[in-house]
Design a protein around this ligand. Structure first.
Ligand SMILES: *Cc1c(COP(=O)(O)O)cnc(C)c1O
Length: 463
């Protein structure tokens, strides 16, 4: 049992190396990969995360998972390149906004959302691992808005890789869409899906289930079902806690449950955490799962925080597996029930474990607007609507023990309309977005049919 060999949450996939996990994303039995055993950090090692660079912190965490996949030099180089194009040297700065409350700013990368922190590393590691394995890779990413541009920024122009990004048509912000569709790299293919993010995600799963096709094109997922992303995201929980010098309550704007599960991962690695707070918008499947004990998905509806307009939180499978004492047979049966019935009653024991770690609040658009406005009035800072969902949830926790850290997941300039509604003016446009609206867009609109998407991919790969 070690932390660089991986098993599937559904128990019917062979053990995999880090390189295999990285290059495939989803396990062949439909489950999600986790390390056989979590790496452990002792008290002194945890404290030491305070005095080192973010890149060094990332190395200390990732090297526990990568095993023999990369040499020390390769991993260091990959991490250095990944964070070379960030706007601030701290990479993930912690900003006090009053009374023991902090924003952990995760949006200083190339596409101005937290997805860059993990996808930049993933892109670097991916091209190295692919060069060693040989052959080509076809990457498919379903995006609720930010994963797509971050994947394009990380993988656009790389040799032997094609990137297909599917976003729900009309359900991402204009800035988000343009960040994807204005890419000039010939290996980037944008699909506007006539459906929701959940439809896009289920098409990705259907394409993976078509194992002939998957093998033929070397299909890979870079959504947060890819464990490499979770590993890279766990780093900022460790650095933030070390900087504060005591255990924190982390409030996490949640959609697919990847970012918050990275907090659970840090916890399993030995990090003391007070609580993990799930903050959802009115697509509140995760809040209902925790508070009512039933994980049931309805239809996602549009909100001011589109990157969280999700009704199936893929990474919740990982949390369920851990809360069920890693019972893969139960997890496989439970996930099959959920796929069939779109509903899963969570057993009392599992629910009690989840509630030992997580709390959950759902915040609607009115609360989102109010949080942007109060934060601006009190601190002069403009926050984005996703961060605002976190801030609104944090307001409900007057008596939280320890510092409260709200993960600030996107730059406000990605969502100018929501910000303008709250404070009367749009945020200043940062250099990275300047002139975006003048560039030509490349995108194919397709219906939500796995067969048609598969044909589109095959045709583009032959071209
Ligand atoms: C993706 C995203 C989220 C949700 O993160 P998950 O890992 O899917 O829970 C929150 N905010 C922003 C801005 C995002 O892009």
């Amino acid at each position: 049992m070690n932390s660089h060999t991986f098993l599937s949450t559904r128990g019917r996939a062979p053990a995999a190396t880090f390189a295999e996990v990285l290059l495939s994303g989803l396990a062949p039995d439909g489950g999600l990969y986790l390390p056989q055993a979590w790496p452990q950090f002792g008290d002194e090692e945890l404290k030491a995360f305070a005095g080192i660079s973010y890149q060094e912190a990332a190395y200390r965490v990732l090297s526990r998972f990568t095993g023999r996949a990369f040499s020390e030099t390769e991993l260091c180089e990959a991490i250095a390149n990944a964070y070379a194009d960030f706007d601030v040297p701290e990479i993930a700065p912690l900003i006090e906004i009053g009374q023991g409350r902090y924003l952990l700013e995760l949006f200083h990368g190339p596409t101005l959302a937290f997805k860059d922190i993990a996808l930049q590393v993933l892109g670097q590691l991916f091209s190295r691992a692919l060069a060693k394995r040989g052959g080509r890779a076809t990457i498919i990413a379903a995006t609720s808005g930010d994963t797509g541009s971050a994947a394009i920024a990380a993988l656009g122009g790389l040799a032997n890789i094609n990137v297909f990004v599917m976003h729900p048509k009309g359900r991402v912000s204009d800035v988000q869409r343009r960040q994807m569709t204005t890419s000039t790299h010939s290996n980037v293919h944008n699909i506007a899906l006539e459906g929701s993010f959940d439809d896009a995600q289920s098409i990705v799963k259907a394409l993976f289930a078509d194992t002939d096709f998957g093998r033929k094109v070397s299909l890979t997922a870079v959504n947060s079902i890819n464990f490499a992303r979770i590993a890279a995201q766990s780093v900022y929980y460790l650095t933030a806690t070390a900087t504060l010098g005591r255990p924190a309550t982390f409030v996490v704007p949640t959609g697919n449950f990847g970012d918050i599960f990275a907090g659970e991962a840090a916890w399993h690695m030995g990090l003391p955490v007070e609580r993990l707070v799930i903050a959802t918008n009115s697509n509140d499947i995760m809040a209902r799962a925790l508070n009512e004990g039933v994980y049931a998905s309805g239809d996602a509806h549009p909100t001011l925080s589109p990157s969280m307009d999700i009704q199936v939180a893929s990474n919740f499978e990982r949390a369920l597996f851990e809360a069920a004492d890693r019972d893969a047979d139960w997890t496989a049966a439970a996930m099959n029930d959920f796929t069939r019935e779109r509903r899963l009653g969570i057993p009392q024991e599992v629910l009690a474990r989840l509630r030992g770690r997580y709390s959950a609040f759902a915040e609607d658009d009115t609360a989102t607007i109010a949080a942007i406005k109060t934060t601006y009035d009190k601190t002069g800072r403009i926050i984005d609507p996703h961060t605002a969902v976190g801030v609104a949830a944090a307001h409900r926790m007057e008596s939280a023990p320890g510092p409260v850290v709200i993960l600030s997941t996107a730059h406000p300039a990605k969502f100018p309309d929501a910000v303008a509604r709250a404070i009367g003016t749009a945020p200043p446009v940062p250099g990275r977005l300047a002139g975006l609206e003048k560039l030509p867009e490349r995108v194919e609109t397709l219906p939500k049919s796995p067969a048609l998407i598969r044909d589109f991919i095959s045709t583009r790969l032959r071209a």
